[in-house]
Design a protein around this ligand. Structure first.
Ligand SMILES: Cc1cc2nc3c(=O)[nH]c(=O)nc-3n(C[C@H](O)[C@H](O)[C@H](O)COP(=O)(O)OP(=O)(O)OC[C@H]3O[C@@H](n4cnc5c(N)ncnc54)[C@H](O)[C@@H]3O)c2cc1C
Length: 491
């Protein structure tokens, strides 16, 4: 009888302990006592670090550059504040298309602006509502109804996707679509230009890649936040700065090695400094993972390496031109240029409309952006001005400019990521998965639903932090249980 009591009590208390720990876990997490290193002070790294710091973890952020923000980079042209990387919060309303978990919740970046009283400026309600002018490469405005061409494409997209496999590019998909019968009034060459332009204009600029690289199967399968699109009159950098408040961020720390072969993880920088941590969050861009700038010991699992290889690191570059006065249509949002057989300078944003400063923002993507990346500022601007003069023969000379060159940026080497032909929506997920609950991954490239966006990066960072807290808590519970077992058998 005595023996029975002796065995029953511990069993009951063990169950009680487990239940209590689960209960505790759901009410509040155990205070995190771990040392965590986050690599990268872009929006994903800072979002992860902030959440972990708020949970009480001992967090250090190591950043290779001498500044915060990564692909969020605020600069100036003349006296106007501009952004060379991300410009927009895409959708400041509540809820995201098809995603229940965001019902009644704001885009988290918009939430950061509200919490930190950061001013934003509306550009348009929805990209579909923008005022666009289309210019034909031979000069003058085109008579083609590009909007309808796109609508027709879009309406047949789902059907076409059903027949597509993972190696079908967006371009392949549309080669099956007979555009000429529907809207064209011109010859076959002209139709092809419209078609190339439409693919580049509506998809290429969104995904920073050419149509022959984009997965036809997975294009347009991602989500978006509802509501108007806003920019930052005083720069997007306010978001990383707000997230970094109270965090320990060490700049100029280029990480070259991560050794996770032992219990703790060693993070080693180019100048030989060794940082030790219980867990590490890697948020460097996809192109950096592809480049092997960082050596992992042991090597990354083969399936993760394959997914890194398969996903596309897209390129988009910006050129801001300031003029003495406005010579273009003041009311248009976009001045769009349908070039001959390529998509160079396909879209130009009329910055004057929102800022009342005579500034245009011109973009290039994919192979055109790669071509321009190798050219001098002078040559790039010469081509841009030729395009503007085709659109507006009376265009005056520029007075100031600022140009991005993201593929030459040591710590980015890309703009944003896309699902490339051959990849699937599982690849970003696979890149995000942790290794041995020690190495975690975040960054825009790990979030299929919001691939390529600043809010996608933010969400990937908070997801990685939640996973760490969950893993920490389950470790903690396990050690509570095994300590209890040890005590039980010791007595
Ligand atoms: C031209 C352009 C326009 C864009 N427009 C928009 C837009 O309008 N709206 C939008 O939502 N998104 C836009 N984006 C995308 C958005 O900027 C990115 O998705 C987002 O900023 C990525 O954040 P991240 O944290 O994943 O990566 P990053 O911001 O790149 O952060 C990663 C950090 O890791 C650091 N790092 C790299 N290697 C190392 C190393 N070895 N050691 C230490 N640190 C290292 C980098 O310096 C960087 O700070 C745009 C991007 C570009 C380039």
């Amino acid at each position: 009888m005595r023996q029975q009591i002796r065995y029953t009590l511990p069993r009951l208390s063990l169950v009680a302990l487990m239940l209590a720990s689960q209960q505790l876990n759901s009410v509040y997490a155990y205070a995190c006592k771990e040392k965590i290193i986050v690599i990268g002070a872009g929006v994903s790294g800072l979002a992860a670090a902030k959440k972990l710091h708020d949970e009480g973890c001992d967090v250090t952020v190591l950043e290779g550059r001498d500044r915060l923000g990564g692909r969020i980079f605020t600069s100036q042209v003349g006296d106007l504040t501009i952004d060379m990387g991300a410009s927009w919060i895409h959708g400041i309303g509540k809820g995201a298309d098809g995603l229940k978990e965001w019902e009644n919740k704001y885009n988290p970046l918009y939430q950061v602006t509200l919490d930190n009283k950061i001013t934003t400026l509306a550009t348009w309600q929805d990209e579909g509502d923008t005022e666009s002018l289309y210019f034909w490469y031979k000069g003058g405005e085109t008579t083609y109804d590009v909007g309808t061409v796109f609508k027709n494409f879009e309406n047949s997209l789902e059907d076409l996707q059903e027949e597509a496999d993972i190696n079908t590019s967006l371009k392949d998909l549309y080669s099956k679509y007979d555009l000429t019968k529907k809207t064209s009034k011109g010859d076959a060459k002209v139709d092809q230009n419209i078609k190339d332009y439409t693919l580049a204009y509506f998809y290429g600029f969104e995904y920073a890649a050419d149509a022959d690289q984009l997965s036809g199967k997975y294009i347009d399968n991602d989500s978006y936040f509802f509501g108007p699109e806003h920019i930052f009159p005083d720069g997007y950098i306010q978001i990383p700065k707000a997230l970094a408040k109270n965090l320990n961020v060490i700049l100029n720390q280029k990480v070259t090695k991560i050794d996770y072969s032992k219990d703790s993880v060693n993070v080693i920088t180019e100048n030989g400094k060794v940082y030790e941590a219980d867990r590490v969050v890697v948020t460097v861009p996809l192109a950096i993972l592809k480049s092997n700038m960082i050596t992992f010991t042991p090597q990354l699992p083969k399936s993760k390496q394959d997914s890194i290889e398969k996903m596309g690191a897209g390129l988009m570059d910006k050129l801001y031109l300031e003029f003495e006065d406005v010579f273009w249509d003041e009311e248009a949002d976009w001045l769009d240029y349908i070039s001959d057989g390529n998509v160079k300078w396909g879209i130009t944003l009329n910055y004057y409309k929102y800022t009342k400063k005579p500034v245009l923002l011109m973009f290039n993507i994919g192979k055109d952006a790669r071509e321009f990346a190798e050219m001098s500022d002078e040559d790039v601007i010469k081509q841009a001005m030729e395009t503007l003069r085709t659109m507006y023969p009376k265009a005056t000379d520029y007075v100031a400019y600022k140009r991005s060159n993201w593929s030459h940026d040591e710590f980015a080497r890309q703009a944003y990521s896309f699902v490339k032909i051959g990849a699937t929506k599982k690849d970003p997920l696979n890149i995000a998965s942790d290794i041995d609950k020690k190495i975690y991954f975040a960054g825009e490239h790990t979030n299929f639903n919001f691939l390529g966006s600043a809010h996608g990066a933010y969400i990937s960072g908070t997801d990685a932090a939640s996973k760490i807290i969950e893993d920490y808590n389950s470790n903690f519970e396990q050690s509570l249980v095994s300590n209890f077992m040890y005590l039980r058998f010791a007595f």
